[in-house]
Design a protein around this ligand. Structure first.
Ligand code: HXC
Length: 510
């Protein structure tokens, strides 16, 4: 009996060794952890249960039958993050460069199926060279099986992808269909075709970092929702993110004990808005002062910074914050900001996370660059996303809410449940200067008349009261009371129910 047990230990040790000491050392030398080290950091200590550690590939091409490594380049299983079940697969770059074979794909699809059965989130850690070249079409089929499951699971369980090394070819499309992608700076990159192919096809000379590094995807392409300095920081942040997310679409948001008084008032908010309406201020200050313990997990922090999106908690329960940022482009809505916010709003709605929207928006960004780039359709994405929400929507207008952007930003008309304004709010078709230039064009050149008309317009329209008189704003509230008023609204809305007409599915303006 003893030797049988020893044989098991030996086989386990072989599998845990991955691609061998030299390849593990090379991985470390590049500043990367191994797949097993990553999983250990991500999960609660000792909670990881590994599946399929003895699985090997079945390929006989190009002498592959002589090189079999248990685990076949991916580590799969489940464990807990702060006590809540999470499924995980982590590509092991030390084994065939983490490349995907038929059996490697089967290990991943098994974990995807289990996560769906258990209705628990799944996290994929990527560090891989794409399709196992020696396997040909079997690898392509394997990718397809993974992709299909990503789509079936979309909106059912949260799916998170973390890019921690190369991620190219077939490996990019599974992350692209998950809810969030995060990257590690300097050691990870993502592209459909690498620099060599780019050079051959387009004659363009570009490095891997320039083509698909974290600096590109977290700031320009918006493929990544965030980037971190190293593996350890990235995995610890993923633990933090998971704490905000529900296990599945029907589970309801997690509730963590909060020591922050729900009725806490913050007098400093009464002076947040500068006297000069054209002066910026940092909307994140408001988010941090309203959220429990100032804890805010930002999504897309370095892309379209004119809108801020992310998770926080109020009364211990997760909420999604969406806020125009006056510090960047005066908080204007452009195509990128609209797309970014639309995707975030849809995630929140899919998973039952209430949305708190802070509005200070001068309108949509004018110009050919925006119009040629499809601003109408991109703006419509955000309008569509809010209009479609069945989760509680609480909106606070802090300053400007001009034109179409007023409607779009979770106004009463598109489904806002409780809509507040600060006394500093200006809810109008446009700012005073533009308005007077159009409706009093005849007075142009007469400075005194124009000044009088401008003052008239400001007094009448640049306030929250015209909207409040119509019931478009439920109340004009003191800035210092924002947390208390929002928290009470959210508590009242916990049982919110809306019915939509039957249909197959809607037709989001993609
Ligand atoms: C089999 C692979 C492999 C692959 C890497 N390896 N990629 N084995 N299939 N796709 C192996 C290498 O042979 C090597 O084995 C080990 O992994 C490490 O690779 P290196 O090249 O030494 O590492 P590095 O210099 O860091 O380069 C990493 C890399 C490069 C940039 C990822 O390996 C590379 O370009 N790989 C090929 C990428 C690719 O073209 N994949 C196919 C994409 S097409 P040893 O034994 O020496 O350690 C695709 C289509 C799917 O995915 C489409 C589905 C929709």
């Amino acid at each position: 009996m003893k030797h049988i047990l020893e044989r098991l230990e030996k086989r386990r040790a072989d599998a845990r060794g991955g691609g061998g000491v030299a390849r593990v050392a090379a991985q470390h030398k590049r500043g990367k952890l191994t797949a097993r080290e990553r999983v250990d950091l991500l999960m609660d200590k000792g909670s990881f249960e590994e599946f399929d550690m003895f699985v090997e590939h079945r390929s006989n091409e190009f002498g592959m039958e002589k090189t079999k490594i248990p685990g076949d380049g991916v580590i799969t299983g489940w464990g807990t993050v702060n006590g809540r079940a999470i499924f995980v697969f982590a590509k092991d770059f030390t084994v065939f460069g983490g490349s995907l074979s038929e059996t490697h794909a089967q290990k991943i699809t098994k974990i995807q199926d289990m996560a769906m059965k258990a209705r628990a989130p799944i996290i994929g850690l990527f560090d891989a060279g794409g399709a196992r070249i020696q396997e040909g079409v079997a690898a392509l089929g394997g990718y397809g099986d993974v992709f299909k499951r990503n789509v079936i699971a979309s909106g059912v369980i949260p799916q998170i992808s973390v890019i921690m090394g190369p991620c190219a070819g077939g490996d990019v499309y599974s992350p692209a269909m998950t809810d969030f992608i995060f990257m590690v700076k300097d050691t990870s990159y993502m592209f459909v075709t690498g620099p060599d192919v780019v050079k051959t096809v387009t004659n363009e000379v570009v490095s891997a970092e320039e083509l698909g590094g974290a600096s590109v995807h977290a700031t320009r392409s918006s493929i990544a929702d965030g980037a971190y300095d190293n593996d350890v920081e990235c995995l610890l942040q993923m633990r933090r993110l998971v704490d905000f997310l529900p296990a599945n679409y029907a589970a309801g948001v997690p509730e963590w004990p909060s020591f922050d008084d729900i009725g806490r008032e913050d007098r400093s908010l009464d002076t947040l808005i500068p006297d000069n309406p054209n002066k910026p201020y940092d909307i994140k200050e408001l988010i941090l002062k309203v959220a429990d313990e100032g804890d805010f997990f930002e999504i897309g922090a370095t892309f379209a910074r004119n809108i801020v999106t992310g998770f926080g908690r109020i009364g211990g329960r997760t909420v999604g914050f969406v806020a125009n940022q006056p510090m960047v482009l005066a908080g204007v809505l452009d195509s990128d900001a609209s797309r970014k916010a639309a995707r975030f709003v849809r995630f929140c709605d899919a998973f039952g996370i209430a949305i708190v929207t802070f509005v200070d928006v001068p309108g949509f960004l004018p110009g050919t660059a925006q119009e040629y780039g499809g601003l109408i359709k991109h703006g419509a994405k955000l309008l569509f996303a809010y209009s479609q929400c069945s989760v509680p929507l609480v909106t606070v207008i802090t300053r400007k809410a001009f034109g179409g952007a007023y409607d779009v930003m979770a106004s009463k008309h598109v489904g806002g449940d409780v809509n507040y304004a600060w006394p500093t709010a200006q809810i109008a078709v446009m700012g005073a200067k533009g308005a007077v230039e159009i409706i009093f064009r005849a007075d142009t050149g007469e400075a005194e008349k124009i000044a009088r008309r401008t003052k008239e317009y400001e007094d009448r329209f640049l306030s929250p009261f015209v909207a409040a008189e119509r019931g478009y704003i439920d109340d004009v509230i003191m800035p210092h009371a924002t947390r208390r008023r929002v928290a009470r609204s959210l508590a009242m809305l916990r049982t919110k129910t809306v019915e939509m007409p039957a249909r197959k599915h809607d037709n989001l303006p993609l």
